[in-house]
Design a protein around this ligand. Structure first.
Ligand code: SF4
Length: 218
């Protein structure tokens, strides 16, 4: 069933080519700034960092807290996020010579643990970075993923992040491009149709969805 949904969404939405960024470090920054805010606000912060010519790990570390907070103000929670940004920059500078590309030669689980041990990086942000910035085959679980597949009526027996991740990754073969596209398609479906109040009529996976069947029969 998951594979069928994967194919339907791929045909319906086409290539999404996520993540929208010019280089891997921009993806790392975006993955932290996007926590609890929408992408438009993140774009403003990234533009401000670019305009100030500081969108580099060592440059961000040289900014004062006030300077960094002003630059990322539009993303909200700017005090917390400035600390998180500096933490991930410190990890990059100390462990990888400031280069996201150097992370590629590391083992996935080792890299994931290093990220999870960094202030403010939870499983979803770690996997954003691993998949889209580093190019490791790991699937990102978010509230959209859980919402859609719970409504469809499929999923793991547990509800932990790792339960969902294992469920998806054991049903869709390991592939960076496929995982990146599938996550982007899930986000697109959740924003377009499978909202808190879903718009089921016209949904590309209507025929496979328990929620839609239940609602249309009442
Ligand atoms: S049919 Fe409705 S509930 Fe099911 S996935 Fe589509 S929008 Fe969500």
């Amino acid at each position: 069933m998951l594979q069928i949904i994967f194919e339907i969404l791929h045909d319906y939405y086409g290539e999404q080519n996520w993540w929208p960024a010019n280089d891997p470090f921009e993806i790392v920054v975006g993955s932290i700034l996007t926590q609890n805010t929408n992408w438009r606000n993140v774009e403003k912060s990234i533009d401000a960092l670019k305009k100030a010519d500081v969108l580099f790990p060592d440059q961000i570390l040289q900014l004062t807290d006030d300077q960094l907070q002003n630059l990322i103000y539009s993303s909200g929670f700017y005090k917390v996020k400035s600390k998180r940004l500096k933490s991930v920059c410190r990890l990059l500078v100390n462990e990888f010579d400031g280069s996201v590309e150097k992370m590629q030669s590391y083992d996935l689980s080792e890299l994931r643990q290093l990220l999870l041990d960094t202030n403010g990086i939870g499983p979803e942000t770690a996997d954003d970075i691993l998949l889209y910035a580093v190019g490791k085959p790991v699937f990102i679980i978010d509230t959209y993923t859980k919402r859609i597949f719970s409504r469809v009526g499929i999923g793991p027996s547990g509800d932990q992040y790792s339960d969902w991740q294992e469920f998806i990754m054991s049903n869709i073969s390991e592939n960076v491009d496929a995982y990146g596209e599938f996550h982007a398609h899930i986000v697109a479906l959740a924003k377009e149709r499978c909202k808190v109040k879903p718009i089921c009529v016209g949904c590309p996976i209507f025929a496979y969805c328990s929620y839609a069947r239940r609602e249309s029969s009442t």
